[in-house]
Ligand binder design. Structure first.
Ligand SMILES: Cc1cc2nc3c(=O)[nH]c(=O)nc-3n(C[C@H](O)[C@H](O)[C@H](O)COP(=O)(O)OP(=O)(O)OC[C@H]3O[C@@H](n4cnc5c(N)ncnc54)[C@H](O)[C@@H]3O)c2cc1C
Length: 518
């Protein structure tokens, strides 16, 4: 992650600087841990292990910090913040007089360039890592047999472990004609300085909808093309409906159930041909998912199957002997908060592994799982705390994704945790649903313009607990936090009903939804 950096400058090396043997081959250099890919997850693991005193080599081929600070979460949320400011200004007309708004992309692009990304320069992030004692190597890392990583001509032998945090890249569908065109991915959309007049967005998932709404609010004529029969298809149908309605109100054309058959570009205009129709736009943004590129990692040299979509891991992010994975490439969800959560587990487990290889006590198997919720606990003599839990020291946490929160930062925001109604029913749960419309809550009524939203609860009636929830509305992502606690800690519904919800907050609608559970 990219926070204000301190001015540390030591330990930087370039790929190819290794020691050579008589045959001209690079001699492996012995270090404690090698981290390949310093995105959100890798940077966190590498930095914390270096702070713990291990000799850590961190290898990054692009920018330290990864997708989130340069082309993902942070700049996209800056764009959304700007788009929301415009939308709020329009709401003045309904609530507080009149406001005239003239959107201008220039301050948004400037903010992304200067405040978020330093014009896509990671010097401060590199210094942040080396300032913790880590050693930085710029280049592409690849496994080179058990315990070894090659980067350029340099080879490192890891004493205690290798951590792979190489993330994902956009998955481009094999649509006839697409490959030869100058389509955008998220990177170009984030870097754009001058907005096009019109934009086709291929993919109606979270990233597609967030960017579509922003660009529409800045005057771009946007069409979203989605193959599934609804946008945000992995979330509750009510969330899809809400998001589609909101985007349409912003002028976005939404086409669902449309499978793109061919793409053409005549030098100025894209056409997406689908089902006998053609959709045209000056630019085409492809956001149809992301893919880990396992084939690049040399997994065959350690007998791990590289033909899978993601790298399978166990509950402690362990891939195989001496190798861990962290973040998007593990396929448990493509979120920064997952990468950070997993990083804490990896750090604890690597340190535990190191202690055991030095003949210390075995902390494996002592992970605490309390009330169905994973204990995320501190590691190695209290030197470092994984996830901030206060559970007993010395044990190593298992990953637990039951209460995985996710937020689509459209306006209204769609926050969700745990299972959807359909997922719960497919698992044979005795489901109860509770629903409350935000517009008829006290706060929603007060809020008026821009108040659309709802709370939907998914309960396991036999266990008497919530197993999923959606919180959509002006502060849907924030309201979600109480629901995450409820799912994570398996708080009995009887207790959730018997607590006090501040008046008049958006989260008070949770109480209404609990009352409606049936
Ligand atoms: C537009 C957009 C918006 C997003 N918004 C949000 C959001 O609001 N909230 C949220 O939680 N998540 C969001 N995400 C997802 C988030 O960015 C990712 O989940 C997160 O970046 C994953 O971190 P990671 O460490 O797994 O991988 P990455 O951040 O992708 O980092 C992997 C790093 O590994 C490097 N690498 C790859 N292969 C090699 C190699 N062989 N050798 C050396 N280096 C290598 C790459 O260059 C990269 O820097 C968003 C993503 C996008 C695209």
């Amino acid at each position: 992650m990219r926070w204000p950096a301190r001015e540390f400058r030591r330990g930087r090396v370039a790929a190819g600087a290794g020691v050579r043997n008589a045959g001209g081959m690079a001699e492996p250099e012995l270090v404690d841990v090698v981290v390949v890919g310093l995105g959100v997850g890798g940077e966190e693991v590498a930095g914390r292990l270096a702070e713990a005193g291990l000799t850590v080599v961190g290898i990054e081929r692009d920018l330290v910090g990864g997708e989130c600070p340069y082309w993902g979460c942070i700049p996209s949320k800056m764009m959304i913040r700007a788009g929301n400011a415009l939308a709020e200004a329009h709401r003045v007309n309904e609530l507080a007089g009149s406001a005239q708004v003239r959107p201008d992309w220039a301050p948004v692009a400037k903010r992304i360039r200067e405040e978020a990304t330093d014009t896509w320069d990671d010097r401060l992030a590199v210094d942040r890592f080396t300032g913790k004692g880590g050693r930085f190597v710029r280049g592409s890392g690849r496994l080179d047999g058990p315990g070894r990583v090659r980067v350029g001509e340099q080879v490192f032998q890891a004493r205690y472990g290798i951590v792979l945090g190489t993330g994902t890249r956009p998955s481009i569908p094999p649509i006839d004609g697409l490959a030869g065109t100058p389509y955008w991915t998220n990177r170009r959309a984030i870097e754009v300085e001058e907005l096009p007049e019109s934009l086709l967005v291929l993919g109606g998932g979270a990233i597609g909808l967030e960017l579509a709404q922003v660009f529409a609010r800045f005057g771009v004529r946007v069409t979203v093309i989605e193959a599934a029969d609804r946008v945000l298809a992995i979330e509750e149908p009510e969330a899809s409906e809400l998001a589609a309605t909101a985007l349409r109100a912003d002028g976005v054309r939404i086409e669902t159930g449309v499978r793109a058959g061919r793409v053409s570009h005549d030098g100025t205009t894209f056409t997406v041909h689908a089902d006998g129709t053609g959709f045209t736009g000056e630019k085409l943004l492809v956001v149809t998912g992301r893919r880990a590129h396992l084939e690049e990692l040399g997994l065959d040299t350690v007998d791990v199957d590289a033909s899978q979509r993601y790298l399978p891991v166990d509950g402690r992010m362990h891939v195989t002997e001496g190798i861990w994975a962290v973040g998007d490439l593990a396929g448990e969800g493509a979120f920064t908060h997952i990468a950070m959560y997993q990083a804490a587990i990896v750090v604890a487990d690597v340190l535990d592994h190191m202690r055991r290889s030095k003949g210390g006590p075995d902390a494996s198997g002592t992970a605490s799982v309390v009330g169905g919720a994973a204990g995320v606990v501190s590691a190695v003599g209290g030197a470092m705390s994984a996830g901030g839990s206060t559970a007993a020291p010395g044990s190593v946490p298992y990953a637990d994704y039951r209460a995985l929160p996710r937020v689509t930062f459209t306006d209204p925001e769609v926050g969700a945790v745990g299972l959807t109604e359909q997922q719960a029913r497919e698992r044979g749960v005795n489901v109860q649903i509770g629903y409350a419309d935000l517009t008829s809550s006290a706060r929603g009524w007060i809020h008026k313009a821009g108040n659309a939203g709802f709370i939907k609860l998914v309960a396991d009636a036999d266990q008497g607990v919530l197993i999923g929830a959606t919180s959509a509305g002006p502060a849907g992502g924030e309201v979600l936090s109480g629901l995450v606690v409820a799912v994570h800690a398996a708080v009995p519904i009887s207790q959730l009903r018997h607590m006090i919800y501040a008046y008049p907050t958006f989260h008070r609608a949770i109480e209404d939804a609990l009352r409606n559970l049936r």
